[in-house]
Design a protein around this ligand. Structure first.
Ligand code: GLU
Length: 445
């Protein structure tokens, strides 16, 4: 149990506050602007259901910031979606796009529904009605959705088709990314979040992130979540020589200290709908997975998984956040006190939106790139972004005394600044980039 504030938007704002302390010259008014979303849309709409009768649904779309380019971010279908969650996810998209240096701002959408309990027909009606309610709030140069928890390439095909019906006679492919390959999708997009995380981990280890470890070979890995990110991460990290000792989905987890074959796990999940019962494994709970004795823990599901209530039990040396917001500020403090290193979400899972950007470029040029080409470009961007965050951490931690003195001089509080973790370093990189562009463009009018 934890008593901390688990509101995701409060957490996103708190992370920004933490970073801003190291940016004493950041204009306070500009900072206030960066803390809030630019625009929030709430829609309510009815669906006439397969089982008869009418059901009302609530949907949200938040655009957090568009200084660096159009809004970009997924659409989530989940029963626990809230407006504050969407606000938080939209702001993390802004920082994520800035960390990897792609020309997008941040946005996110969600519909409160449980796709696992809905018929295909009802889901299709929800997607189409939601997109039509959003109208021209989305568009190839204004705000570009993508998949997130509970949505996939098929959902994106419907988003595209609905928008296309409302805007015939122009190239609309760039209105949404994560589409099926034969409808303008990019090769490599499905595995991009996991592959991006792998490239970040490889680079960080190569640069000495963990003492005595140069690469993933032989490291034991536990992955929480077996959707798009977690499922592909199991395969890709195992291909890189890691030993996957535990996996879990929303129904529970499986464990084998000698290693789990990801292909067998995928096949078992496909055949039975769950991981539980996978031959050669013992059942564990999601909570047990988080505290397993392993080298690397990969949360790849939802927010607030590692909290002040369980962070002390984490035994992994490295946490790679493929989910958005899986670690709370309270947990961050405990983990860093124990020497556990966290590769933060806005860096570690940015591979997904990076290949979304490649998809959008291909759509605008009517091209299709080879998967190898996509992956090579992805590696270059993720490696450069990892270097940028590690170097920012070094730079800040080498100048905490000077920054403290500067704060005092500028009339901010003079409390001594502490060394930053990689999350705060990544936020500092991102905020600097967004603030710089905002000021260089000039504030209209
Ligand atoms: N939903 C994904 C994320 O959280 C992808 C967003 C995108 O590709 O636009 O990063």
């Amino acid at each position: 149990m934890t008593t901390e504030d688990l509101n995701p938007f409060h957490i996103a704002q708190r992370q920004l506050d933490d970073a801003a302390r190291y940016l004493p010259e950041l204009e306070p008014g500009l900072f206030e602007f960066l803390k809030q979303p630019d625009k929030v849309i709430v829609v309510e709409f009815p669906i006439s259901t397969t089982s008869g009768g009418v059901r009302n649904f609530v949907g949200y779309r938040a655009v957090h910031n568009r200084s660096r380019g159009p809004g970009k971010g997924g659409i989530r279908f989940h029963p626990d979606v809230t407006l504050d969650e969407v606000r938080a996810l939209a702001s993390w998209m802004t920082w994520k796009c800035a960390v990897v240096g792609i020309p997008f701002g941040g946005a996110k959408g969600g519909v409160v529904c449980d796709p696992k309990q809905l018929s295909e027909r009802d889901l299709a009606h929800i997607v189409r009605r939601f997109v039509s309610e959003l109208g021209d709030n989305i568009g190839p140069y204004t705000d570009i959705p993508a998949p997130d928890v509970g949505t996939n390439a098929r959902t994106m095909a419907m988003v595209f088709d609905t928008y296309e019906m409302m805007h015939r006679g122009q190239n609309n492919l760039g209105v949404v990314t994560g589409k099926p390959i034969h409808i303008g999708g990019s090769l490599g997009r499905d595995k991009a979040t996991a592959r991006g995380g792998l490239f970040v981990a490889r680079r960080a280890l190569e640069r000495g992130l963990l003492d005595g470890v140069d690469d993933l070979r032989g490291l034991t890995v536990a992955i929480q979540g077996f959707g798009n990110s977690g499922g592909h991460a199991a395969t890709l990290f195992a291909e890189d020589g890691a030993r996957i000792v535990a996996l879990s989905d929303s129904r529970g987890g499986v464990f084998n200290a000698d290693g789990i074959d990801p292909a067998a796990a995928h096949e078992h999940k496909r055949a039975t709908g769950a991981l539980d019962g996978l031959a050669g494994t013992e059942s564990i709970t999601n909570q047990e997975l988080l505290s397993l004795d392993c080298d690397v823990l990969i949360p790849a599901a939802l927010e607030n998984v590692i909290t002040s209530g369980n962070a002390a039990d984490v035994k992994a040396r490295l946490v790679i956040e493929l989910a958005n917001g899986p670690t709370t500020p309270g947990a961050d403090a405990i983990l860093s006190g124990k020497g556990v290193v966290v590769l933060p979400d806005i860096l570690a899972n940015a591979g997904g939106v990076t290949v979304s950007y490649y998809e959008w470029v291909q759509n605008n040029k009517n091209e299709q790139w080879d998967e190898e080409d996509v992956n090579t470009r992805l590696e270059r961007i993720m490696t450069r972004a990892t270097d940028g965050v590690l170097e920012k951490q070094e730079q800040i931690n080498g100048s905490v005394d000077a920054l403290t003195a500067q704060r005092k001089e500028l009339g901010r509080d003079g409390d001594p600044l502490q060394p930053v973790d990689l999350r705060t370093a990544a936020f500092i990189v991102a905020v600097e980039r967004v603030a710089q562009v905002t000021l260089e463009r000039g504030i209209w009018p």
